[in-house]
Every structure is written in C-alpha cells, then in structure tokens.
Design a protein around this ligand. Structure first.
Ligand SMILES: Cc1ncc(COP(=O)(O)O)c(C=O)c1O
Length: 367
C-alpha cells in the first residue's frame, strides 16, 4: 500500500503543500545596493511606503510607551479603538486591530473558512492573498483582472459557489493601482448576497482622488461587508505594524477571538494614537504623493502608453516579459522597484527627487 505523503518529505515535520507556496523574498536593501554601486545612497521605491518620515509626535509617543515594555500591551486596545471609532464615526465594537492589516486578513480567513472553503480574489492583486488562503487550508479562486488591469467584478460575482465564504476586493488594487467605482461595487454586492463576507481592502484609501471610488465605510449597513485599513502607508507606521478593520459587531468580535493575543504592541498603539492626531499633515503628505503620482504617470505613458491610472501611491508598468529586466536596469541606476516576473513592475511614488531618478532610469531602460 502506498502512503500519500501529507507532510514535507524532507523531515516530514511541516505540511507538504507549503512547498508549492512562494517564499517571501525580501526586497533589496538600499544600503547594500548603494555599497555595490559605489553610490552615497540608493532609492527604495518597492514597498509602497510614504517617504516623509514618521508623523510629528510619533517618535516621542513611542519612546515614552516603550518605557513600559516589560508589561503586556492593552489586549482590548481600548483607547485606540475608541479613537478610531470617533474618527470614522462607527461604534468601537465594530473595530478590531491587528499586527498590520495583512494579519487581519489572515484572521478573517481563519474566522470564516474551513478547509476546502473558497476564497475569491482578483489576480493579479496583493501577493499576500494566495498565501493567506493556502495557509488556512482555504481554496483560492483567482479571477483574472480585466483588460484595464482592474477587478472584473461581474466575473468575480459569477465565481461565487456554495463553498465561497469570502471575497477580497482590493480597492485600490495592489499592484495595478486601479480602483472599482460605486455603481459596479453596488451591483457586485447585490449579486453576491449577504451570506458571503466581502472584505474591501482599503490599504491605499487615503490616496484616492476619484470621487466615484466609494469609501468602503459607507457600506457598513450591509452586515457582510468588512473594511480593512492600515496605518502603514499614509499614516507612516509600516515599521510598527498596525492595521484595523471595521465590520458588523459579530464579525469584529469573531476576529478579536482568533487574533494572536497581544499582537497590537504597546509601541504600535501609542504610535497610532499620536499619528491619528496628525490628520491634517497626513492630508498634506497625501496631496504631495498624488501630485507626484500624476506627474510620474504622465511621464511614464510616453514610454509605456498602457500605464493605467492609479488611485494609490504607486504606479504599474505592464511590461510582461520585460518586467524583470526593467527591474534590473533600474537597480543598476540605484533605484529599487518591484518587478513581478512575466507581468509588470510596481513603482512606489517617492519624493520628487526620487521620482526624477526613477524616471531617468526608466527613460534609459525603455526610451
Ligand atoms: C492591498 C494591501 N493590503 C494590506 C497591506 C498590508 O498592510 P499592513 O502593513 O497593514 O499589513 C498591503 C501592504 O502592502 C497592501 O498592499
């Protein structure tokens, strides 16, 4: 009798199906690249961070909070959830926080899917989605992006089956920057019905300028809608790892049950409270990013006319088979971007000087 290996053949200690998952490949370190090229510094436009440093007051608040770092954090995240509730006009019992919104996406899958249940998302979208599905035993159902590199919500609604427990709508979409508009999202939610959780991942909401792109929080009258937000991007807290979700109270409570205990650290809670007091500065920084996004898009379209309009803090170059080569060419000029082999290249919007350096590299590679 043959035994089908359910565990990795090397040591048989870990799951064999993980062999099929891509390992996380850390981005190139700017310090290493600068050393290799003999440059004073290299430019990192690969992780969708905002380039203007922590918000005023964050460093001081975190420094003060870490004086108590021998104690566990507030597990209920009470002060922060209250502050978020006030800021976004919802009850605190609708909010759960986590170690980045990516962790909350994981917790949502854990709270909804049993092995074999289906999780639908557009592809290409955020790289974490297939990993989150696979590690929880859910079945990924990928619906190809439409010709404009955005979600095909009609096809996504048609992909729902009896096994579907959750659909992820990444709005704006990472890595293509495209965004779905209210009318199509309304139609989609009506078609899906209320027994499937629809998670609107709004990691880049603060950079949206198209008034037709809806704020997910306006859909909270639908009990199956969850909105995921992060403080890593516009709010400048990527290194502290903190995100939150807003959902029906029962869904938020379920997530708070499965969350890794104490995973919203003391430093993250203090940093988030300080950052949220700086909403005007966030708006100012986002306006700078948006102005640069439009400038970079216009310049890139002279080289690659198909660059889609972006509603996020990055742009997408649909270069297909040339993606990896383009990434290497940018690195050779001291600019780290994010190629996706065979598909395209995502480039984060940096400072005007960083964007100029990138545009010069792009011109040299493609012009
Ligand atoms: C679409 C999307 N969702 C979530 C995240 C994760 O953000 P966080 O740092 O809060 O985990 C990212 C980060 O790249 C993202 O692009």
């Amino acid at each position: 009798m043959t035994d089908t290996p359910r565990h990795s053949s090397a040591l048989r200690l870990t799951r064999a199906d993980l062999d099929a998952l891509p390992s996380y490949v850390p981005g190139r370190s700017p310090a290493d690249l600068a050393r290799e090229l003999g440059l004073p510094e290299a430019i990192k436009l690969a992780s969708n961070e905002v380039p203007y440093g922590p918000l005023p007051g964050v460093v001081e608040a975190v420094a003060e909070a870490v004086a108590g770092s021998h104690r566990y954090p507030d597990m209920g995240v009470v002060a922060l959830r209250e502050t978020l509730a006030q800021r976004y006009g919802v009850d605190a019992d609708r909010i759960a926080t986590g170690c980045g919104s990516v962790a909350l996406a994981e917790h949502l899958v854990r709270a909804t899917c049993l092995p074999g249940d289906e999780l639908i998302y557009s592809w290409r979208s955020f790289e974490a989605y297939p990993i989150i599905a696979a590690t929880s035993g859910a079945t990924s159902v990928r619906v190809p992006n439409d010709a404009g590199h955005g979600h095909d919500l009609t096809a996504m609604a048609a992909a729902v089956t009896d096994r579907t427990r959750m659909v992820l709508v990444c709005n704006p979409n990472n890595p293509t920057g495209t965004a779905v508009r209210r009318a199509e999202l309304d139609r989609f939610l009506d078609a899906v019905g209320e027994d499937v959780l629809v998670v609107i991942d709004e990691a880049y909401r603060e950079f949206v300028t198209d008034p037709e792109v809806p704020d997910g929080l306006t859909y909270l009258d639908r009990p199956n809608v969850v909105v995921l937000r992060t403080l890593s991007k516009a709010w400048g807290l990527a290194g502290l790892r903190i995100g939150f979700l807003v959902a029906a109270p029962a869904v938020a409570a379920a997530v708070r049950k499965v969350v890794t205990p104490f995973s919203t650290s003391t430093a993250a809670q203090a940093g988030a409270l300080a950052a949220l007091a700086e909403a005007d500065e966030v708006r100012r920084r986002c306006a700078l990013v948006v102005a640069e996004r439009e400038r970079v898009t216009e310049a890139l379209r002279k080289l690659v006319p198909e660059v889609p309009a972006s509603q996020a803090n990055f742009v997408w170059l649909p270069l297909g088979d040339r993606a990896v080569e383009f990434g290497r060419a940018c690195e050779a000029r001291g600019v780290i971007v994010r190629p996706f082999a065979g598909d395209g290249v995502r480039v984060t919007i940096g400072t005007p000087a960083e964007n100029d350096a990138f545009l010069a590299a792009a011109e040299a590679a493609l012009g």
